[in-house]
Ligand binder design. Structure first.
Ligand code: PGA
Length: 252
């Protein structure tokens, strides 16, 4: 049985003061949660504040990106070691906004995933197709390419090292999530693909989460699907009450 995980991706929201206020409001609301892993992914500049605010809890901390090099002349970049130093246990890698806006290709995603694993950070690797891919019937091809390339050269992996996030680009921020059946079908395909790379026991234990317009109202039927092990939540996580409701639904 895979343990559910809910990740709140704050994107470019919440400077330090707001981040602290968010966690202070969020913590009492999720105190009873016992069956779900919760991870917050604030912007870099709020990592320290959130790290302090969650230090006596089981909430995990993730970055929204990272560079693969340990250090060097990479202006504006943040290394895996810096993230560990800032209290992160995980890093979101290959989010479609980075793939599209910052030209992050599968090769870079692969380097980042490997570097995350080498630094004992859980790689939250995102894959997803555009509306155009979908209309052209290319969803499976695009996803399998992203998955195989993103994990290329990685021979062994375990459940602490990778969370796979299926985030159809057409669903992100659109208000229209994939239907539970659609998402479940894709997750099943992704799990089958993982099975071509890793042993069955690994494949069965890796969590595949869905992201794209999740709300407190639509999360339940998504999570009822056998291959959906949690969610990567953007807009709906920005309000602590909303995110707590989502987490609470997942806990039941
Ligand atoms: P959304 O974003 O929930 O606002 O659609 C999800 C994501 O981009 O991770």
């Amino acid at each position: 049985m895979r343990r559910r995980v809910l990740i709140g991706n704050w994107k470019m929201h919440k400077p330090a003061r707001e981040a602290r206020a968010y966690v202070n409001e969020f913590l009492p609301l999720i105190q009873h949660i016992s069956n779900v892993d919760i991870i917050l992914a604030p912007p870099f500049t709020s990592l320290h504040v959130v790290k302090e605010a969650i230090k006596d809890t089981t909430i995990g901390l993730a970055s929204q990106n990272m560079h693969w090099n340990p250090h060097g002349a990479f202006t504006g970049e943040i290394s895996p070691a810096m993230l560990c130093d800032s209290g992160c246990q995980a890093a979101i890698i290959g989010h479609s906004e980075r793939r599209q806006l910052s030209h992050e290709d599968d090769n870079k995603v692969n380097r980042k995933v490997k570097a995350a694993i080498a630094h004992h950070l859980t790689a939250i690797m995102c894959v997803g197709e555009t509306q155009k891919d979908r209309d052209a019937g290319k969803t499976s091809d695009v996803l399998s390419h992203q998955l195989i390339e993103g994990l290329s050269g990685i021979d062994t992996i375990d459940t602490t090292q990778l969370i796979l996030a299926y985030e159809p680009i057409w669903a992100i921020g659109s208000g229209t999530p994939a239907t539970p059946t659609q998402a479940n079908r894709v997750h099943a395909e992704l799990r089958k693909l993982l099975g071509t790379l890793f042993p069955a026991s690994t494949t069965e234990s890796i969590r595949i989460i869905y992201g794209g317009s999740i709300t407190a109202e639509n999360i339940q039927p998504l999570l009822a699907m056998p291959h959906i092990d949690g969610g990567l939540v953007g807009g709906a996580c920005l309000n602590p009450q909303n995110f707590a409701t989502i987490v609470d639904t997942a806990d039941n």
